[in-house]
Design a protein around this ligand. Structure first.
Ligand SMILES: [Zn+2]
Length: 278
């Protein structure tokens, strides 16, 4: 009988796991090989998790032809994976119609935010434009991005062989996914613990991360040359929604994308902490 077999296997697997116990090893960065098997978990501090997902994807599935939906997912997922990979993400995975990327190491929050602004910019500037050529749907391709930071536990679980998957347990992945749903179209939302890292960064990073370049309505600003505080702040603070099981008090929204004139310089400054040489 099917059920008897399932239950017998379940009991024997859980007994075997109980005999093995669990071990937790602390690491500083996400290991290249992924977590090992047996009872070993890795505990990794200071991991920044970025989650990006398609907005209104339920409407996409309901209102569009299968070919349209397939194009949207293909453009979106391929582009997001490429961007996170190029920004040095240690681990990228696809969850439903979203992509999550982990960045580890003491500076992880800077590569994470630069990759996220790039993702959000390219969704609007390149991916959505290609998708608009499809006249069979009124659905607009936009994305929401969430970012959190903290300690993660990881191990490989599942069936032996090809069906094994890594399990990433810890608040940052959950919180980043929840924040991506709080984000409006083509918006990025970060937790207060991520934002406070940006406020404590070096002068040139704070300049690039927190303040605009001064460009507006066809008038070119002076970019990083404008002193801190003399242009508009890029972020809006608000109280975290209470009904979503969030474990932080405030969130910060970033609506802007990379400026066509200053984006390259701002991105480089955020990632490296140095202003690129002219
Ligand atoms: Zn600009």
């Amino acid at each position: 009988m099917l059920l008897e077999g399932v239950l017998a296997d379940l009991t024997s697997q859980l007994d075997a796991q109980a005999a093995l116990g669990v071990q937790i090893t602390a690491l500083n960065e996400v290991p290249e090989e992924g977590p090992v098997n047996k009872g070993l978990w890795y505990q990794i501090p200071n991991v920044t998790a970025v989650f990006v997902d398609l907005k209104r994807s339920t409407e996409l599935s309901a209102d569009s032809t299968p070919k349209t939906s397939a194009f949207a997912y293909t453009y979106f997922i391929r582009a997001m994976v490429l961007i996170f990979e190029r920004f040095g993400s240690d681990y990228i995975d696809i969850h439903g119609d979203g992509v999550f990327a982990l960045f580890s190491g003491p500076q992880s929050e800077f590569c994470a935010v630069a990759s996220a602004v790039t993702a959000r910019t390219q969704v609007e500037r390149d991916i959505a434009v290609r998708f608009e050529k499809d006249t069979t749907t009124e659905w607009k391709l936009t994305a929401g991005v969430g970012i959190d930071r903290g300690t993660l536990l990881v191990r490989r679980l599942g069936l032996r062989g090809a069906k094994q998957n890594e399990v990433w347990a810890g608040k940052p992945v959950n919180m980043a996914a929840k924040l991506s749903s709080v984000a409006c179209s083509n918006q990025m939302v970060v937790t207060d613990r991520v934002f406070s890292r940006y406020e404590q960064a070096s002068y040139i990073r704070r300049r690039a991360l927190l303040w605009t370049c001064g460009c507006s309505d066809g008038v070119q600003g002076d970019g990083l040359d404008i002193p801190i505080g003399e242009t508009e702040c890029l972020w809006n603070e608000e109280s975290a929604p209470t009904e979503m099981g969030l474990d932080f008090d405030h969130l910060y929204r970033l609506k802007s994308k990379w400026c066509c004139v200053h984006g390259v310089e701002f991105c480089e400054t955020i990632v490296t902490g140095c202003r690129p040489e002219e």
